[in-house]
Write a protein that binds this ligand. Structure first.
Ligand SMILES: Nc1ccn([C@@H]2O[C@H](COP(=O)(O)OP(=O)(O)OP(=O)(O)O)[C@@H](O)[C@H]2O)c(=O)n1
Ligand SMILES: C[C@](O)(CO)[C@H](O)COP(=O)(O)O
Length: 234
């Protein structure tokens, strides 16, 4: 029997680095909010059953959004860190999905995700023993610096990639790995690092470079440009 595909969207952050008055996932972007673009990209994909969104309990912006009454959107409480928010989403799916169903975890702050990238993840990983994630090989020279910005060393970039999302793993394995890594005090900044800690080797899949995470103020204008280009079919 073929597996189903579900999405978990961590959307409970405050966006400190964005230096905005509201959480960055609710900032305006080409006539909608950032999160509305992100959720639309996932909901429009025919293979994705439903999207579990982790929203902060202090969130004042979610209610009244376009998706509030969408039956393919399940809201759960966010957590103190991104990994806790994702864990809460996975916990909700444990009573809805099969243990081997594939979960695509995607940041609310990445609104430029293309259907082709979701297609590539599913086509490449649907029968993979572990799962994997979208990523970009690093093409710049990489420096390590001290807190004051003084270069300490140039890092060999051979084999180095930047992780993006979605990150796609089987529900039960991901949920268990994430909970155990968190319990062990591991710094878990993405789902793949929890799977790696559990001894699995995720597969990296090169994605589009416009799948940026809106993190700093200038990223919003960049996302505007990328969405405009995508609308023109570029
Ligand atoms: N406790 C948290 C923290 C972050 N996130 C989500 O995880 C994604 C990626 O995290 P990041 O870009 O770090 O968002 P913030 O934590 O909001 O940003 P900052 O670190 O600048 O505050 C975002 O969609 C964010 O909403 C979450 O669901 N729960
Ligand atoms: C998951 C992620 O987007 C992969 O690059 C990244 O780790 C999120 O990090 P953040 O510090 O929570 O933005």
């Amino acid at each position: 029997m073929s597996s189903s595909y579900w999405a978990v969207v961590p959307a409970a952050g405050v966006g400190k680095r964005m230096e905005a008055d509201i959480p960055k996932q609710y900032l305006p972007l080409r006539g909608k909010t950032v999160i509305e673009h992100t959720l639309a990209r996932l909901l429009q994909h025919p293979r994705i059953q439903a999207v579990v969104v982790a929203v902060s309990s202090e969130d004042r912006w979610w209610s009244g959004r376009l998706f509030q009454d969408n039956e393919r959107i399940i809201r759960v409480a966010g957590g103190a860190e991104r990994c806790h928010s994702v864990c809460n989403g996975l916990e909700a799916l444990m009573s809805l999905a099969a243990t081997k169903d594939w979960i695509l975890v995607h940041d609310a702050a990445r609104p430029c995700l293309r259907k082709e990238d979701i297609d590539r993840l599913i086509e490449t990983l649907h029968d993979h023993p572990v799962g994997g994630l979208l990523a970009l090989p690093i093409s710049d020279t990489v420096k390590r610096a001290d807190a004051g910005g003084t270069v300490l060393e140039t890092v060999d970039r051979k084999g180095l990639w930047r992780a993006m999302t979605p990150q796609m793993f089987p529900l039960a394995k991901l949920y268990q790995s994430l909970r155990e890594a968190i319990a062990a005090g591991v710094q878990v900044t993405d789902e793949a690092s929890a799977m790696e800690w559990a001894g699995f080797s995720p597969r990296l899949i090169e994605g589009y470079s416009d799948n940026i995470k809106i993190t700093h103020p200038q990223d919003l204008a960049q996302a505007e440009v990328f969405l405009k280009r995508q609308e023109r079919g570029e």
